[in-house]
Ligand binder design. Sequence first.
Ligand code: HEC
Length: 292
Amino acid sequence: MKTTKLKPMLGLAGGLALALCSLAQAAPPDWSKVPARTVTVFYPGVSPLEWITKGSEHGGARALRKGETCASCHDQEAADMGKKMASGQKIEPSPPKGKAGSIPVNVQAANDGTHLYLRFSWKQPPGGAEKMDAATQVKFGVMLEDNKIPGANLSGCWESCHADARTMPGSKDDKKTKYVKDGSLASGKYYDLMQWTSKGAKFDGHVADRRVMEGGKALVDAKGENKGGDWSVMFTRKLAGGADGDITLASGKTYNIGFAIHDDWSAGRFHQVSLGYTLGIDVKADITAAKQ
Ligand code: HEC
């Protein structure tokens, strides 16, 4: 009688201790010991998927169809590309004043068996354009993808960038956000989206048939600071997906990752973006989150 009563109680207490323990473990690594890789984000101008894949306009369209990644052609020249669009020399009818064509970002990643930690740091470039989002100087967004959206392994976030989205020239719908063709949570064809803003807000959403800035439960924390023009932003995210729109990350697997900075109080398409890269959990990839 006694033992049968005691056992479930012990089980409960043990479970509680474990739960508390794993919460306490959400401690970021010593970043000075985590290797960094530089990824240059660049100003993309008006280069939606439709422009990218149309052979007559973009030199990379054919190779892309054959399976070459954007980064294989453009990783080393992102700064030169960004300069063309930010200056209005190419595919940008309204270049924002002073827009940085590119920003080199230090990217670090780690995991502790329960959480993924991502850290991004960069020097604030000059700006000076009219404020589009007067409340927010900087927004930092990350999109993760679980190899289910066709093409996302080559193009990173570009599968969600379309010519008819709001703020694109000629868009007829100022509510139309980014979206994935045939995207849905049920099919797994979606990007998991997290965003930090310099106002101190954090969002855990996704992009499927439209962009949703809530509903995720995997994001534990997003923090950032600006020390005399040196920005750093850190995301802490559960490896396990928590809810709708959260992909599940597992040791030994590789995912697609892309990220973007809305600098200088910008909004909509007026951001600097990365090409697509791979994120490996305990496995070598473009960006490796090794266990600490
Ligand atoms: C086989 C190599 C190759 C691949 C793969 C490729 N591109 Fe390109 N891309 C080019 C070339 C060449 C140009 C310049 C000439 C042109 O506009 O066609 C270019 C131009 C661009 C430009 C305009 C800026 C510039 O420097 O002219 C953008 C933006 C761009 N590519 C983005 C992408 C993205 C995003 C992807 C992947 C979805 C991609 N490219 C894949 C070769 C490639």
